[in-house]
Design a protein around this ligand. Structure first.
Ligand SMILES: [Fe+2]
Ligand SMILES: [Fe+2]
Length: 179
């Protein structure tokens, strides 16, 4: 498998999380109660699966490798800005959830920021997949693709972490509000 394929596959798992997020904001808008602990889990998955695992692979390996050819720089800059946007929305979700737990009615902002996050995810991953395609065709060599892929797989702690994050997604998908 190549690094580009690997990241695309990871996007498929992330899309499962996106579906859960869509279910959650729709449920909240419909007045359905979701346990705070489930919304916490969504936040946790955004922080761990997106920020610390997936974005790190992109920001730490894939983007720098492409950028080393001094190509697609504009695209990379735009994707990095979107990663920052992701972090900001995630902060808004957790800030409002915290206030909601303390008794303020924050159902609407929590639902709104979850919705914003889902829109971000769909848009960002579409753009990125076009970017992967270009990088694959125009820049990256077979060896580089292979090397990065091996790098992604070499840290077993991260592989184990992803396995447990996927279990969390399974758990959320099986909740009544998510069906
Ligand atoms: Fe990304
Ligand atoms: Fe990505």
């Amino acid at each position: 498998m190549s690094a580009s394929e690997f990241l695309r596959k990871e996007h498929q798992e992330i899309m499962r999380l996106e579906k859960v997020i869509t279910k959650s904001y729709k449920a909240l808008y419909d007045g359905v109660d979701i346990p705070f602990s489930d919304i916490d889990k969504i936040n946790f998955l955004i922080a761990e699966f997106l920020d610390s695992v997936h974005f790190t692979r992109e920001e730490g390996s894939y983007f720098p490798c492409v950028a080393s050819y001094d190509h697609l720089n504009k695209e990379i800059r735009a994707l990095l800005i979107e990663h920052e946007f992701s972090r900001n929305i995630a902060k808004q979700i957790s800030k409002n959830l915290k206030l909601w737990k303390k008794g303020q009615d924050k159902r609407e902002p929590v639902a709104r920021f979850l919705r914003t996050y889902s829109i971000f995810l769909i848009d960002h991953m579409q753009k990125e997949e076009q970017f992967f395609e270009k990088a694959e065709k125009e820049i990256l060599s077979r060896e580089e693709e292979q090397e990065m892929f091996e790098q992604f797989q070499s840290i077993s702690a991260i592989t184990e972490k992803v396995t447990s994050l996927l279990e969390d997604i399974n758990y959320l998908e099986s909740q009544d509000w998510a069906k």
